[in-house]
Ligand binder design. Structure first.
Ligand code: CA
Length: 220
């Protein structure tokens, strides 16, 4: 058998969480509240959140951007890894969903670090670029509407400093990207994004099978 990633059946996945997850009670409560929503599938897995917090600490991130905040679990995971004076600009269009997040950011003592921008993310990102903030950010997390992934990526790449990291979520899209029969617009958009990234000489990349597939992109 060739080397490959282990298939996480339920007992192995439960074990992984059991021996490694250090989720706070507040984050568990946010995850549970979100699980009751119709769009609950949009929330990242808790082990992915913990991975993101660790990456923030490892990279010493001070200024971060999130495109697609939903109910705020990933924003909270990012904020937890930032220093006291760190800032996350969180982009979303839903007042309803982010209002849930704001409550938990407050409870977790992280709300001062999170600057929520309720507007189409392209407008927010263009606003930052027009304000002369290109090259000022250390990290960006892209996890919003899939058909705009390339638009978000290009803007985040400009906003990032050299050596900064972009993390892109759902790049395996529940496996549908590997099914040639699946020609849904979101699936095609993610395929297009993935193949564009592979040959982009401005960056270094690694795609990892965490959650629904995660690509780590380092700006050269
Ligand atoms: Ca996602």
């Amino acid at each position: 058998m060739s080397a490959k990633t282990i298939f996480l059946n339920q007992p192995v996945y439960d074990y992984l969480r059991d021996v490694s997850l250090r989720e706070s009670e507040i984050m568990t409560a946010l995850r549970n509240e979100t699980a009751g929503l119709e769009m609950a599938i949009m929330q990242i897995a808790p082990e992915q959140g913990q991975f993101m917090t660790l990456l923030m600490q490892l990279l010493g991130v001070r200024k971060a951007i999130e495109v697609g905040t939903f109910t705020g679990y990933s924003a909270l995971a990012i904020a937890m890894g930032l220093p006291e004076d760190g800032r996350l600009i969180a982009c979303d269009i839903s007042d309803e969903w982010t209002t849930i997040g704001k409550r938990y950011w407050q409870l977790a003592g992280q709300s001062d670090k999170i600057d929520l921008r309720l507007a189409p993310a392209i407008e927010t990102l263009d606003g930052l670029l027009n304000n002369g903030q290109a090259g000022e950010f250390d990290f960006a997390f892209i996890d919003a509407d899939k058909q705009n992934y390339l638009n978000y990526y290009e803007r985040c790449l400009q906003l990032l400093r050299p050596g900064g990291l972009i993390m892109v979520d759902n790049v395996l899209w529940d496996g549908s990207v590997a099914d040639p029969e699946n020609q849904k617009p979101d699936t095609c958009a993610i395929r297009e994004f993935n193949s564009f990234i592979k040959s982009d000489v401005r960056i270094d990349i690694s795609m990892i099978p965490v959650g629904d597939g995660l690509t780590l992109i380092r700006k050269k």
